[in-house]
Design a protein around this ligand. Structure first.
Ligand code: PGA
Length: 269
């Protein structure tokens, strides 16, 4: 069954809880799920929630494997600002995942960066493809580091970041000269191949990107808008990120009807 779901919740905590619920469901259904993971500020509350659930035995990553969306080009995995370090710090070191099953599209010393994309794609394919992909969204509508005007049929490759993205991520770097301007990112076509996609958005600064991506025309100018073509995608957001949506009331109404349907299905007798 195909669906584009728009779920609007009160705040970032509720978004994290709902994201964790969906991921828990996925891992219970298929313990060796292949998960696509994102970095940035938005998924941090979700990762906190997953760590707690793993600690109290509600969730296990023991059989799962993970593929991150992107990594800076030029930072080695041990660099404190690399996305590998981020993932270790905020998730992998605190859950029961086998680190050998966690992958980022890194470029090793002496390796031709052009080879990294095809190798990453082959690795994803060898694991059977991504079952459940978590995404954030940039203020400019990027997913992964697929900046506006990225090819909608792009695969994992090197991308030049926009000046806005570099500025937005400046907060993670103590020294501006060490901040990379290039990254390796899953492509838009790669992301679209995930069986299920959940995009998280919180905060008013994402409202315009959410409006364009959920309700605007599909356009390379707003890369996340291509998710409208995905068969099973959920845009999961807080009220602030939803504040510019034209059909906000309708999405709330649909959610209410879905809750009623679920009650009917689970009612005794
Ligand atoms: P953020 O980044 O979660 O730090 O806002 C999201 C993104 O750029 O994809």
């Amino acid at each position: 069954m195909s669906s584009v779901d728009v779920i609007i919740l009160k705040d970032i905590e509720d978004v994290a809880m709902q994201g964790a619920r969906m991921l828990r469901h996925q891992l219970r259904k298929k313990s060796d799920s292949v998960l696509g993971l994102a970095t940035g500020s938005t998924p941090l509350a979700l990762y906190e929630q997953l760590i707690q659930e793993c600690a109290n035995g509600r969730l296990s990553f023991r059989c799962a494997s993970t593929f991150n969306l992107d990594e800076y080009l030029g930072l080695q995995p041990g660099d404190a600002q690399s996305y590998r370090s981020y993932m270790q710090r905020y998730l992998f070191d605190k859950v029961d995942i086998d680190i050998a099953n966690t992958y980022l599209p890194g470029c090793g010393d002496g390796e031709d960066p052009k080879d990294v994309g095809p190798r990453y794609e082959a690795l994803i394919r060898s694991k059977g493809g991504i079952d459940f992909q978590i995404l954030g969204i940039g203020q400019n509508g990027h997913i992964g580091f697929n900046e506006p005007t990225s090819s909608l049929s792009s695969r994992t490759r090197i991308k030049t970041l926009t000046r806005e993205t570099v500025a937005a991520n400046r907060r993670f770097f103590t020294d501006a000269t060490s901040q990379p301007q290039l990254a390796i990112t899953m492509g838009i076509a790669t992301i679209l191949e995930a069986a299920r996609v959940v995009l998280l958005a919180t905060g008013e600064e994402k409202a315009e990107a959410i409006r364009a991506s959920v309700e605007g025309p599909v356009s390379a100018m707003w890369p996340a808008s291509v998710l409208q073509l995905h068969p099973q995608v959920t845009f999961l957001m807080d009220e602030a990120a939803a504040s510019s949506l034209t059909l906000r009331d309708y999405y709330h109404w649909v959610a209410e009807q879905n809750r009623r349907l679920a009650d009917v299905r689970t009612a005794p007798g």
